[in-house]
Write a protein that binds this ligand. Structure first.
Ligand SMILES: NC(=O)C1=CN([C@@H]2O[C@H](COP(=O)(O)OP(=O)(O)OC[C@H]3O[C@@H](n4cnc5c(N)ncnc54)[C@H](OP(=O)(O)O)[C@@H]3O)[C@@H](O)[C@H]2O)C=CC1
Ligand SMILES: N[C@@H](CC(=O)OP(=O)(O)O)C(=O)O
Length: 330
């Protein structure tokens, strides 16, 4: 069987990548239709499936599609999901609009593919969450997670195509001694780091940080697991880095943990400090696997603690790849 597939937001950072991943993984596409804002409607773009003319997403007829990937915004998803599912179309939503809805499965296929059930609407997790979840779940099953503390180093493409353009422009202007003006980020991001992603919440964490807490608990079906996260934007193009510290229920040996992490689906072990091998954004760019390295005993939690660093291409495992994997499971 082959499927009629639509990508809503096909000109954006995530949408463009979904096209590539569908092709790369030989997803059984009968027809691919691309949608974006009315600004882009009528333009033709080259894709591995041939030249395709962009259509206005607001005018989509979902009865002509079997699967729609939503990659526009939370508000747009809220306005359009019902229209799509009631026309019989499966929706895989990249936004945060439905992630915390008990009736909507939030899925990382390596962990909880069975949560999909017969739902027509499936939520794709936040990128920072999905990347950390892959190694964390394997460690949780083996050692039991008691506490999790994460600090992130997030790429500008997390804010979409406009985030990458802002980094390029600001870097150029800064080096040419011109005025640096920021629009996408709260402050200039070139030659800077900004500990602020998404809105501040009542508890003084940001929403991006709380997404990691809420979503990890839902994906793991562990509603009480203590998790704390600090999210920081850095001037890279792609790939989110995350420093992760865990305290475990059972004793954990770093050598065993390394062996375990080296065997799980979706991880590439990059852990050879004698040869300066560790995860880095430049190496993890465009890679499906999450790189994991710097695995060591944590000095605070001793033989019940582990510390490691991960780098994952957040446009892939944090969005496009995970979404296509969900479609494969459907
Ligand atoms: N970037 C990332 O790392 C991740 C993003 N996400 C989520 O994925 C979604 C897309 O993000 P991203 O690709 O980064 O965003 P981009 O800004 O790069 O792309 C947005 C896309 O939406 C289209 N669009 C914008 N406004 C409208 C509108 N009013 N009607 C129809 N189409 C519209 C744009 O079309 P046009 O070109 O015509 O303006 C473009 O195709 C968001 O919900 C985001 O939160 C999730 C995980 C990771
Ligand atoms: N917020 C992420 C990207 C993103 O779009 O996440 P979400 O889908 O949870 O809004 C970042 O800026 O790096």
């Amino acid at each position: 069987m082959r499927y009629k597939v639509g990508i809503m937001g096909a000109t954006g950072a995530v949408g463009r990548e979904i096209i590539e991943v569908l092709h790369d993984r030989n997803f059984p596409v009968e027809e691919l239709r691309l949608f974006a804002s009315k600004r882009s409607a009528g333009k033709t773009i080259e894709t591995p499936f041939g030249a395709i003319t962009i259509e206005n997403a607001d005018m989509a007829d979902y009865s002509q599609l079997n699967i729609a990937f939503f990659a526009i915004s939370g508000d747009w998803s809220k306005e359009n999901a019902d229209k799509a599912t009631s026309a019989g179309c499966y929706v895989i939503d990249n936004s945060s609009a439905f992630r915390y809805d008990d009736k909507v499965p939030l899925v990382v296929p390596e962990i909880n593919a069975d949560a999909i059930g017969d739902s027509k609407l499936i939520a794709n997790p936040n990128c920072t969450t999905a990347i950390a979840a892959i190694p964390l779940y394997a460690l949780h099953k083996e050692y039991g997670l008691k506490k999790v503390i994460i600090s992130t180093y997030q790429a500008t493409s997390g804010a979409g195509a406009a985030g990458m353009s802002e980094l390029t422009e600001e870097t150029k202007n800064y080096l040419e001694g011109k005025e640096v003006k920021n629009k996408v980020f709260t402050y200039p991001i070139a030659f800077n780091t900004i500990p602020h992603i998404d809105n501040f919440q009542e508890n003084d964490y940001t929403r991006e940080e709380m997404k990691v807490v809420w979503e990890t608990r839902k994906i793991f079906s562990e509603p009480d697991i203590p998790i704390s996260c600090t999210c920081v934007r850095i001037p890279t193009m792609r790939v989110h880095g995350e420093s992760i510290v865990i305290e475990t229920e059972r004793t954990i040996d770093p050598v065993d943990a390394k062996k375990l992490l080296g065997q799980i689906e979706g991880v590439e072990l990059k852990d050879d400090i004698e040869n300066n091998i560790y995860p880095m954004p430049l190496n993890a760019t465009k890679k499906y696997e999450v790189e994991v390295g710097r695995i060591r005993r944590n000095l605070v939690f001793g033989d019940h603690g582990l510390e490691f660093f991960v780098c994952g291409d957040q446009i892939l495992k944090g969005a496009a790849l995970n979404a296509v994997q969900i479609a494969e499971n459907l």
